[in-house]
Design a binder for this molecule. Structure first.
Ligand SMILES: [Zn+2]
Length: 343
């Protein structure tokens, strides 16, 4: 497919159409999507004072990456019981549906939902799944869960997360992944957890190459055998690695707004997403933790269209790539593909 001429100014009508396209989003953190108004409401009910994490306009307030982690922790500290997570599910899917997302995958961590205990995890999961089923009916959005271990919590905790994943694999839970601090440990330290999830029939993804360089992305593919990479954007400096990613059909879950907000790249124009596409690497668009990075899927589309001059055909191609790399079953993939064909 040819891209539109970036020198040609995009009409308002064209941009409006692009921004409102039906979308597939693969990379979101469940708690990281929590709308600030929802968290404020829950804090009030529970009589917890976290007012300092909000700006006067009600959005999340922080100065830098380290402060962001503190605010994230304070905001998510009010999420305790399965019922809290069920309400979170409804709140986040309503927001995603407002951004025309028709299919979404989200990272859910047993570390936050029962501390790695399989019995407790099942209670949280049932509550979340019920809410997701209701949201599918009410808002027309399909959600699938990726059980996620947290790298800086170490390999033992990751094993517990993998056991939770294996016990609940199939249906709503379609994948296993890893998030957390990329600067701690190695991908291969978590090989047992990923093998366990794979044997249970789950598909695999891991955060790599957001903060670390290309070697991290190579390790993720070679040591864990993942078919998708969370971010992976720092692979762009290693041509041989890009060839390998293209050849092995690995898909990158790229979160441009998150990368710019956290300073991985100074501005969207400096982001390597176009270079990755030019090298034939599968790329997709996601928001990561949208309210924390003051972004939405519509804002991502608008910014990418303006910065790179991408027309409707590019976004349709990105969505086709995303549903192709989604961890759902065949019937779901076919149903969503039909929705994406909507004009
Ligand atoms: Zn992420």
């Amino acid at each position: 497919m040819t891209d539109r001429d970036p020198n040609e100014p995009m009409t308002e009508e064209e941009l409006h159409h692009i921004v409102h396209l039906p979308k597939v989003e693969l990379h979101t953190h469940f708690e990281g999507m929590a709308p600030p108004a929802f968290i404020r409401g829950l804090a009030k009910e529970k009589k917890v004072d976290i007012s300092k994490i909000f700006r006067p306009d009600g959005s999340y307030d922080y100065r830098d990456f380290w402060h962001f982690l503190e605010v994230y922790e304070a905001a998510t500290s009010v999420l305790k019981k399965p019922e809290d997570f069920a309400r979170l599910c409804t709140a986040v899917l309503e927001k995603s549906a407002e951004n025309d997302v028709v299919y979404q995958e989200t990272f859910i961590s047993p570390d936050f939902c029962g501390g790695g205990d399989v019995g407790a995890w099942k209670e949280y999961l049932h509550a979340i799944e019920d809410a997701a089923t209701a949201a599918e009916r009410d808002f027309g959005i399909t959600l699938r869960g990726i059980v996620t271990c947290i790298r800086h919590n170490g390999p033992d905790q990751a094993r517990a997360a993998a056991r939770c994943a294996a016990e609940t694999a199939g249906g709503f839970i379609t994948g296993f992944g890893m998030g957390g601090d990329e600067k701690q440990g190695k991908q291969r330290d978590f090989a047992w957890a990923f093998d366990c999830a794979r044997e249970a029939g789950l598909q695999l993804t891991t955060h790599a190459g957001e903060w670390n360089g290309p070697q991290e992305v190579r390790d993720a593919v070679e040591d864990l055998g993942v078919s998708r990479i969370g971010h992976g954007v720092n692979a762009y400096t290693d041509i041989a690695l890009l060839e390998m990613l293209a050849e092995q059909d690995i898909t990158l879950e790229v979160c441009p707004g998150s990368n710019v907000f956290l300073g991985v790249f100074p501005a969207l124009k400096d982001h390597p997403i176009q270079k990755l596409r030019d090298r034939g690497v599968n790329v997709t668009i996601s928001t990561d933790d949208p309210p924390f990075f003051h972004t939405t899927m519509r804002q991502e589309y608008a910014a990418l269209a303006k910065t790179f001059g991408w027309g409707e055909e590019v976004f349709r191609e990105l969505n086709a790539t995303a549903i192709g790399a989604a961890f759902c079953d065949k019937a779901t993939r076919e149903a969503i593909t039909k929705q994406l064909e909507r004009k």
